[in-house]
Design a protein around this ligand. Structure first.
Ligand SMILES: Cc1cc2nc3c(=O)[nH]c(=O)nc-3n(C[C@H](O)[C@H](O)[C@H](O)COP(=O)(O)OP(=O)(O)OC[C@H]3O[C@@H](n4cnc5c(N)ncnc54)[C@H](O)[C@@H]3O)c2cc1C
Length: 342
């Protein structure tokens, strides 16, 4: 089929879309990627030192097995998995000063939070009077503390653990504030089966291996253009016209396309929808782009000559009493802005 298909964005969504379409028999597919590399928010870079390992600046874990399409692809294509995979929240829970939290307080608090979480799965926003997940959690946890006689020192430790799990949930659901997370969309989130294992798989030598693998499958069938930023989409024309800037030659061109797939991030859509789409998108689509939100997530890499932790210990969780403000701590000018748009 020679339908002209343009895919905007050479991240994993754009690449997989091109693979699916090519497998379905389409022969005229072009992926336009604004940057000089494929992968987008998947970005494995060489680590420091001589380990020969790569660090994942972006995606790292395959979140669940079961019906997860990434997991299915990795299995079908027999991609090698890392032996160093870790589970969620494994290992030591340390208070400031390296004080280990007693197992029984940890287990008790986890049990209370698991119950709140399980109850939430069954609820809609309407059931909880349109409270947010954050408000629901706060209320139920406080109810538990009020209904049980617990000495004040223990309550303080439980609150620290509660605070930590709230931060965990923020990272997991990609919000900067659990009070912005609606109960209905929380319960719609699909947790893929872990298939009896208690850790999430990592791809050996970085998530980029997945990008490289998909690229190798499409490279002879699909045209991939790097440094090709789509500036404007004249979507009411037939065929659709795309205005593309080549950042190497700094030249502009117009290309015609029968169908267009847009796989750029929500951040890019938020920033550019008013100029990217010519004419402007319908009001309901603009509203969806503007009202959907996400938080900022940072990864910090620490480099040591030798591990200082025991080899049997799968992780260290740092617990602290810092209040969650929900405010971004990065203020890095254009670099900070670029990170936030990731
Ligand atoms: C720090 C971090 C950690 C993460 N950890 C995990 C994890 O452990 N497991 C997991 O499953 N997921 C994780 N994610 C999420 C995962 O990385 C993303 O969901 C996924 O990579 C998104 O892929 P995508 O193709 O949809 O978008 P992107 O990767 O954002 O790709 C979009 C592409 O479009 C390009 N583009 C933008 N504008 C234009 C334009 N105008 N013209 C042409 N091209 C354009 C961009 O350069 C980019 O390459 C993480 C994300 C981050 C940021």
């Amino acid at each position: 089929m020679d339908t002209i298909i343009s895919i905007i964005g050479g991240g994993i969504s754009g690449l997989f879309a091109s693979l699916e379409l090519s497998n379905a028999g389409f022969t005229n597919i072009t992926v336009y990627e604004a940057s000089d590399r494929l992968g987008g928010r998947i970005h494995s870079v060489p680590g420091l030192g001589n380990s020969g390992k790569r660090l994942d600046l972006g995606a790292h874990w395959i979140h669940g097995r079961g019906g997860n399409p990434v997991w299915r692809y990795v299995q079908e294509e027999k991609l090698k998995l890392s032996e160093n995979a870790s589970g969620d929240a494994d290992g030591l829970y340390l208070l400031p000063g390296g004080i280990e939290i007693e197992d029984n307080i940890l287990e008790k608090t986890e049990k209370v939070l698991d119950k709140i979480r399980d109850d939430l799965e069954e609820l809609t926003s309407e059931d909880v009077g349109f409270k947010s997940v954050g408000e629901y959690y706060d209320e139920k946890f406080q109810e538990y503390l009020n209904e049980n006689e617990i000495d004040s020192e223990r309550v303080e430790t439980m609150k620290v653990i509660f605070n930590w799990f709230r931060l965990w949930d923020m990272a997991d659901s990609g919000t900067g504030d659990m009070k912005l997370q609606s109960v209905s969309s929380w319960s719609e989130y699909i947790d893929h089966s872990m298939e009896e294992l208690d850790y999430e798989p990592n791809i050996e030598n970085g998530y980029q291996v997945l990008v490289e693998h998909v690229y190798n499958k499409i490279k002879d069938k699909v045209t991939v253009k790097l440094n090709a930023k789509v500036n404007k989409i004249y979507w009411d024309q037939n065929p659709i016209q795309l205005e593309i800037r080549n950042s190497e030659s700094n030249s502009l061109c117009l290309v015609a396309s029968d169908e267009v797939i847009i796989s750029v991030s929500l951040g890019i859509l938020k920033k550019h929808h008013s100029t990217l789409f010519q004419p402007k998108l319908p009001a309901n689509k603009i509203q969806a782009i503007e009202e959907l939100g996400f938080g900022l997530m940072n990864k910090i890499f620490l480099y040591y000559d030798q591990p200082f932790w025991s080899k049997d210990n799968p992780g260290v969780q740092l617990m602290h009493k810092t209040k969650i403000t929900g405010k971004s701590i990065i203020n890095g000018g254009k670099y900070g802005e670029r990170l936030e748009l990731w």
